[in-house]
Every structure is written in structure tokens, then in C-alpha cells.
Design a protein around this ligand. Structure first.
Ligand SMILES: O=C(O)CCC(=O)C(=O)O
Ligand SMILES: [Fe+2]
Length: 319
């Protein structure tokens, strides 16, 4: 039997249900494999990005560069309101749908035409022989948008120019006005691939989740408590996808996706990060982050140089 001795790892695994030596060893092997996977991840991603940029033949080159014409007119109206001098939360809530008291909001984001062209481009990529990474540790199908080269020309301007004025009003306490990096990917569910997604919280201060299509039934999202504020009996709400519309929610809001019953579901996910917030406390391990250097945005942490100017973008090595 495993005894809850002084080893914090043993204690943590015991608290999560490991009872016998065999269970403990299996869990330990899985953890070691996951640590190795994460260490390799950055290098592999840089290599894939280079190959894709050199060899991939885009089908819809226009979708790589964000244009106002991709955005729903009502979304542009919301952004206009949020950037007006007397905008406030109360005024913004007249334009967008709110769900319970969980600070989850739905708003139009893209045009239907853009969603169709975007999914068609992603299918073209999927069917190509290019190297592909997994969106995250839970989704096995989908596309990492930075590897496609979409960060600089699409996701960063979307975050800075359009989403940040909105999140500044909705989530001021989570760094909504200073979301300074992101991880963006598209998740895909179909009957012979992933069907659903288990309950989790995101490595993000604020998440945008946009339904891109195609045709599917079921597959609703469900949301429980905010992870820093769990209730003794969690209350879940279910939210349907509305094509070309996005949900904004706190990254720490516990959520998951129910299984689809038919068709294919593609959603754009943008995990947005505020270095100001997470430099103080890593949202994944709830500790002061211990940083290791990373490529690109890393996990959205920053380290200041002598002049106190944030420069490197780092990973928390603890979680
Ligand atoms: O399936 C979805 O639409 C949600 C995906 C999600 O929550 C995530 O990837 O973090
Ligand atoms: Fe998520």
C-alpha cells in the first residue's frame, strides 16, 4: 500500500484516488511521460511551423489576414460602443447575451461566409501531408493556428483591436484590458474522432469560443463553478452553439463539452492571457510561477529586464 508519507507527490496522487502501489506506479509513469512530452512540445512546434510555412499550399490565402469584412456587422457595432468614451459594463450588456451569474456572454463574431471559408481552409490543411500538432492535452483533433502562421496576421489583431475593448469592460479584474498574449486553436469533433471534452478549466484568463460549423447535433457546452470559488454543490448550465457566434468566459470557469450525436463540430478557441495577472500566480498550479524560457508567447508569462520592461515570454515549469 502507498502511505501518505512526506512526499508531496505521493500525497497529491493519494488525494486523487491512487490507493495501491500499482496504481501509484502507473500514475507516476504517465506523469513522467507527460513531462517529457511538454519539454519536447516547443521544439517540435517550431519545426512543424517552419515546414508548413515552406511547403503548405493554402487554399484560401485571404483567410490568413484579418479584415473587417470577416466580422459580423453587429460585432463591429459592439466594438464601436466599447471604444466610445462613455462606454460601461451596463451599456455593453444591452448588446450581448448573458448566462446566469457566471459571467459567460454570447455575441456575434464572424460572418457565415468567413466561417465556411475558414473551415474549408482547415480541412484542406487536415487532408494535406503536413505535420500536425494536437491543440492541447485533451483535444486530439483540430489545428494549432500559430503553426499555420495565423498569430501575427489574424489572432493578435483580433485580440488587440476588437476583443480587448470588450474584455476590458467584462473582466477588468482578470486583466481584461491587458490581455497581451494568447494560444489559439480550432477543435474538431466527429463521430469517429473526439466526441466530447471532459470537464476542465483553461490555461487562460479569458477564453473566446466561436462556433464555426459545420452541421452537427448535440455537443452543447456545460459550465460549472469558477475554480477559485467552488460551491459545495456545483450548479451546471448547458449552452448551445450558435453558428458564427462566440462565447466569452473566464478561463477558470469549469467547463466541458457533451458528445455530439451526428455531423462535425468545429470551434475556434482563443485562450487569452494577461501577464500582469498570471505573473503573480500561475492559474494552473496556483503558485508563484517558476519560469523557463520559451519560444513565441509560451504560456503568457513575462519577466522584466533591469529597466522593468517585460521582455521574455516564458513558461511556468511547475504545472
Ligand atoms: O469543445 C469546445 O467547444 C470547447 C473546447 C475547450 O473548452 C477547450 O479546448 O479549452
Ligand atoms: Fe476549455
Amino acid at each position: 500500500m502507498v502511505h501518505p508519507g512526506a512526499d508531496p507527490l505521493q500525497r497529491a496522487l493519494r488525494e486523487r484516488g491512487c490507493r495501491s502501489d500499482r496504481e501509484f506506479e502507473t500514475a507516476l509513469r504517465e506523469i513522467e511521460a507527460e513531462v517529457q512530452r511538454r519539454k519536447q512540445l516547443i521544439h517540435q512546434s517550431v519545426e512543424r511551423k517552419a515546414v508548413i510555412s515552406k511547403c503548405y499550399k493554402q487554399k484560401h490565402p485571404e483567410v490568413y489576414v484579418l479584415q473587417d469584412s470577416f466580422l459580423a456587422p453587429d460585432f463591429l457595432e459592439i466594438v464601436r460602443y466599447c471604444t466610445s468614451p462613455d462606454a460601461d459594463l451596463h451599456g455593453l450588456l444591452r448588446y450581448i447575451e448573458s448566462f446566469s451569474d457566471k459571467r459567460i456572454y454570447r455575441l456575434p463574431v464572424f460572418t457565415e461566409e468567413f466561417c465556411q471559408a475558414f473551415v474549408d481552409e482547415l480541412e484542406n490543411f487536415e487532408q494535406s501531408d503536413m505535420p500536425k500538432g494536437r491543440p492541447n492535452s485533451m483535444n486530439n483533433y483540430g489545428v494549432l493556428l500559430n503553426e499555420l502562421g495565423m498569430d501575427e496576421t489574424f489572432i493578435t489583431p483580433l485580440r488587440e483591436k476588437y476583443l480587448r475593448p470588450i474584455t476590458a469592460l467584462l473582466y477588468p479584474d482578470l486583466g481584461g484590458s491587458c490581455l497581451d498574449s494568447h494560444k489559439a486553436f480550432v477543435v474538431k469533433y466527429s463521430l469517429h474522432e473526439d466526441l466530447d471534452l471532459s470537464s476542465h478549466y483553461d490555461n487562460a484568463e479569458v477564453t473566446l469560443n466561436v462556433s464555426l460549423g459545420k452541421d452537427f447535433t448535440e455537443g452543447n457546452l456545460y459550465f460549472g463553478d469558477f475554480n477559485q470559488d467552488p460551491a459545495p454543490v456545483p450548479k451546471y448550465i448547458e449552452i448551445e452553439h450558435v453558428g458564427a457566434h462566440g462565447l466569452l468566459h473566464r478561463g477558470g470557469q469549469i467547463h466541458g463539452a457533451l458528445p455530439i450525436a451526428s455531423g462535425e463540430r468545429w470551434n475556434l478557441i482563443v485562450w487569452m492571457r494577461s501577464s500582469t495577472i498570471r505573473n503573480q500566480l500561475c492559474p494552473m498550479c496556483n503558485k508563484k510561477p517558476e519560469l523557463v524560457e520559451a519560444e513565441g508567447f509560451g504560456d503568457g508569462f513575462t519577466e522584466s529586464n533591469e529597466d522593468d520592461v517585460p521582455e521574455t515570454v516564458d513558461l511556468c515549469s511547475l504545472w
